[in-house]
Design a protein around this ligand. Structure first.
Ligand code: NAD
Ligand code: G6P
Ligand code: MN
Length: 446
């Protein structure tokens, strides 16, 4: 059977992840053939640096694919099958503020968690809704695979404000952790079948089996109890893909997160909620993850793209396929060719977690086919997880209500309910600082 060739729009063409996605798409053309790739961004100069290099790369590796980069929504969104969206409204300059402002008050500042994630959510909602609206206007049959963060808040906003839109919100963290589990087991990630539930960046594995149905949890747990998600290879210090120190800390910390409930295996992001004071104490208020990303990933990606453009050839290019991102191709393939692949996605609960808010956006396994995701029931969840998730889902829903209503009061409540924030007074101090720097991005609050 010949597979229909696809037309892809990368929204956020200027993202540091764009070249990795392109390399990954090029690696998968036999499984997911492409006739056209377009880039869309609202920062022309930033996107151009990535686009010029990707154009050279595509010409050399897959000249049959037509390519264009634009800031014009109609040109971008017309004749598209899939929008792969990864925008960062406010870019790293605002991420830096999200991370540093809470730290002034001794509270952890993080891209997607706590006050930083709330501030980012207030910026992202409008940006992502605009992408959805362009897609519906110019390519109403298309699907948006969105990984613009904070995915939990963005997903709640699209559920509530664009209930019929063809957007699927996704995250690479479970896939990344499963890769690490697979290394512990000495097997391939795709040979593992998992049960998992939670909110985005807030979940637990409850069951992991191989293709014969054998329980793999005991062996993984034994490893996590000692080393968290640091892999055996990393423990040996053998060469491989280099992981930055801040991420290594996160993988190590999973050991302590696991101790809270040794019947499950946790998502790494839970450390920000369960050990927020430790994280705040360990942070450098003058140099946060945003600085690290600007100094490393952003510099590396942009200088390599500019080098390719200056040379006029991609020969010897050091940009690599984003391996974790291959799940985006799996998802697009599942929809395009009805593969019925089982994947973790962020979807409306609707009874999948039977004792949890049916309107919450939850991250659970789904079977994906041409009609989109079909969620798999994960049953009743225990009190520990339910309590944590109810608190966190209230934060996410309050942020969306605050955005919709322009309500300062609800945003203050959202910060106060967040487990990361110690009390309502600190919540207000942080909020007032965040309001002051987000004027250009947030709706006006009253
Ligand atoms: P980046 O700043 O390098 O790229 C984001 C791009 O989006 C920029 O070029 C910017 O100009 C553009 N942009 C901002 N607002 C826009 C708008 N309204 N319309 C069009 N374009 C707009 O950021 P990055 O570090 O490469 O990350 C990109 C996004 O991907 C972030 O949201 C990040 O959190 C997300 N991400 C998510 C996952 C996940 O698990 N879901 C994984 C990795 C990255
Ligand atoms: C993981 C998460 C993403 C998050 C990213 C941050 O991949 O799943 O949601 O955006 O980490 O990585 P960074 O390198 O930008 O700090
Ligand atoms: Mn994520």
């Amino acid at each position: 059977m010949t597979l229909k060739e696809q037309s892809i729009l990368v929204a956020g063409g200027g993202s540091t992840f764009t070249p990795g996605i392109i390399m990954m798409l090029l690696d998968n053309l036999d499984k997911f053939p492409i006739r056209q790739i377009k880039f869309y961004d609202n920062d022309e100069a930033r996107q151009k640096q990535i686009a010029d290099a990707c154009e050279i790369l595509l010409k050399e590796k897959a000249p049959q694919i037509t390519f264009l980069a634009t800031c014009d929504p109609e040109t971008a969104f017309t004749d598209i099958d899939f929008v792969m969206a990864h925008i960062r409204v406010g870019k790293y300059a605002m991420r830096e503020k999200d991370e540093k402002i809470p730290l002034k008050y001794g509270v952890i500042g993080q891209e997607t968690c706590g006050p930083g994630g709330i501030a980012y959510g207030m910026r992202s909602i409008g940006g992502v809704l605009q992408l959805v609206d362009y897609m519906e206007q110019y390519s109403p049959e298309a699907w948006m695979l969105n990984y613009s963060n904070p995915a939990a808040i963005v997903a709640e906003a699209t559920r509530k404000l664009r209930p019929t839109s063809r957007i699927i919100n996704i995250c690479d963290m479970p896939v990344g952790i499963e890769h690490r589990m697979a290394e512990v087991l000495g097997m391939k990630r795709k040979d593992m079948s998992v049960r998992y539930y939670g909110l985005n960046h807030f979940g637990w594995w409850t069951d992991i089996r191989d293709q014969e149905g054998r329980d793999l949890m005991p062996k993984i747990k034994e490893h996590v109890a000692q080393h968290g998600y640091v892999t055996p290879q990393e423990l040996k210090g053998s060469e491989g893909e280099e992981v930055e120190a801040s991420w290594m800390h996160t993988y190590e910390k999973a050991r302590e997160v696991y101790e809270l409930d040794p019947t499950t295996l946790p998502n790494t992001y839970l450390k920000y909620y369960l050990y927020s004071q430790d994280e705040a104490a360990a942070a450098n208020p003058d140099y946060t993850r945003a600085n690290e990303v600007m100094d490393h990933r952003e510099k590396m990606v942009f200088s390599e793209c500019n080098r390719v453009t200056a040379l006029g050839t991609a020969k010897g290019v050091t940009l690599e396929a984003d391996d974790h991102a291959s799940y985006i191709v799996d998802l697009a393939r599942a929809i395009a060719y009805n593969t019925k692949e089982r994947m973790l996605l962020i979807v409306p609960n609707n009874g999948a977690l039977v004792n949890f808010d049916p309107t919450a956006m939850v991250e659970i396994p789904c079977i994906v086919g041409s009609n989109g995701p079909e969620p798999l029931v994960q049953g009743a969840i225990p009190r520990y997880q339910k309590g944590l998730m109810e608190q966190q889902v209230a934060v996410e829903k309050l942020v969306v209500e605050a955005w919709e209503e322009g309500s300062y009061q609800k945003l203050w409540q959202a910060l106060t309910v967040s487990k990361i924030v110690p009390n309502a007074r600190v919540a207000k101090q942080i909020l007032d600082d965040l309001v002051a720097v987000n004027q250009a991005y947030w709706p006006e609050l009253s």
